[in-house]
Design a protein around this ligand. Structure first.
Ligand SMILES: C[S@@+](CC[C@H](N)C(=O)[O-])C[C@H]1O[C@@H](n2cnc3c(N)ncnc32)[C@H](O)[C@@H]1O
Length: 262
C-alpha cells in the first residue's frame, strides 16, 4: 500500500486529506473573536491592507462578486461600501456579493455582527474554494483575502476561480508574504513570541495563532505565487508588496478568449 500523501499544516506535515478539516477546526475555535484579534495582531494595519485590495479590485455597480474565504465578511463589507458610494453618485444596479467560506462558524459570526446593518442581506455561502457551486463564467470579480494560504490544493482553488470568472473577470488576492530581510528578525520574534500569547489571552486558545504564524512561513513568496496564477491561466498578473512585504496584493485577469492552463 502506498503511504498517504502529506502536506503542510503550519510546520507539521499531515496526511493531505486531514488538512481541510484541521483548518476548519482552527477557524471554528476563533470565529467569535476573529475581528478583534485582527485589529490587535496587526495593530490595525489589516484595514489599510484591505482598503488597498478593494481599490485594486475596483468593484462596480451591477457586478457579481465572489468573496472567497470571506470569513465574517470584512472584505465584502468594503466592496459593498465602495459600490454604494458609486451608486449614490451615478446610480446603477446593486452588486451581488457572495460571502463564501468553508466554515459555518465564521459565516455565522458575521451574520450575527451584521444584524441591523446594510450588510445583513449579503448572501453567505458555505463552500470549499476547491469545488464551487457557481456556474462557469458567472462572476466579474473573485476576491480572496488571507484565505488562499489555508486551502489544501491551491491549484484546484485557482482553477475554480478561473472557471467561475467571466472572460475579462478579475482575480484579486491579499495574503501574507515574505517580510523584507531587514525586518525579518523582529517580525519573527513578534510572530512566534507574541502572537500565540495574544491569542491565548484574548481567545483562550494559542494553537490557532501558532498555526497562523507557521502557515505564513509555508506560503510561497510573491513572485512564486504570481507564477501559480499564470500557471492557472490568468494574464496581466502582478503583485504589490505592502508594509515591507509583510503582505502582498496579487492580481490577474481571465483572458477574454482562450482555454485554462492545464
Ligand atoms: C484569515 S480568515 C480571512 C477572512 C476574511 N477574508 C478577512 O480577510 O477578514 C481565512 C478564512 O479562510 C477560510 N477557509 C479556509 N480554508 C478554506 C477553503 N478551502 N475554502 C473556503 N474558505 C476557506 C476560513 O474558514 C477562514 O474564514
Amino acid at each position: 500500500m502506498t503511504p498517504p500523501e502529506h502536506t503542510s499544516y503550519g510546520f507539521q506535515e499531515v496526511p493531505i486529506d486531514e488538512k481541510t478539516g484541521r483548518v476548519r477546526h482552527v477557524f471554528a475555535r476563533v470565529a467569535n473573536k476573529y475581528d478583534v484579534m485582527n485589529d490587535l495582531m496587526s495593530a490595525g494595519l489589516h484595514r489599510p491592507w484591505k482598503d488597498a485590495m478593494v481599490a485594486r479590485a475596483a468593484p462596480r455597480p451591477g457586478e457579481v462578486i465572489i468573496d472567497m474565504a470571506g470569513g465574517t465578511g470584512d472584505i465584502s463589507h468594503r466592496l459593498h461600501d465602495a459600490i454604494e458610494r458609486q451608486r449614490s453618485r451615478r446610480g446603477g444596479e446593486p452588486a451581488q456579493i457572495f460571502v463564501c467560506d468553508i466554515n459555518a462558524d465564521m459565516l455565522m459570526a458575521g451574520v450575527r455582527q451584521d444584524t441591523l446593518t446594510p450588510y445583513a442581506t449579503l448572501p453567505r455561502v458555505q463552500v470549499n474554494a476547491e469545488a464551487l457551486g457557481f456556474g462557469d463564467a458567472s462572476a466579474d470579480l473573485y476576491t480572496i483575502a488571507f484565505g488562499i494560504r489555508n486551502v489544501t490544493h491551491r491549484a484546484k482553488a485557482l482553477a475554480e476561480a478561473w472557471r467561475v470568472l467571466k472572460p475579462g473577470g478579475r482575480f484579486v488576492c491579499l495574503e501574507f508574504s515574505e517580510a523584507h530581510p531587514s525586518l525579518r528578525a523582529l517580525y519573527d520574534r513578534y510572530s512566534f513570541a507574541v502572537v500565540p500569547k495574544l491569542g491565548q489571552l484574548v481567545t483562550g486558545d494559542a494553537e490557532p495563532y501558532q498555526y497562523l504564524v507557521e502557515s505564513i512561513r509555508r506560503f510561497p513568496n510573491a513572485p512564486t505565487f504570481e507564477q501559480e496564477l499564470k500557471d492557472a491561466g490568468f494574464e496581466r498578473t502582478g503583485f504589490r508588496r505592502l508594509s515591507a512585504g509583510v503582505v502582498a496584493l496579487h492580481w490577474g485577469t481571465k483572458p477574454k478568449s482562450g482555454a485554462a492552463a492545464q
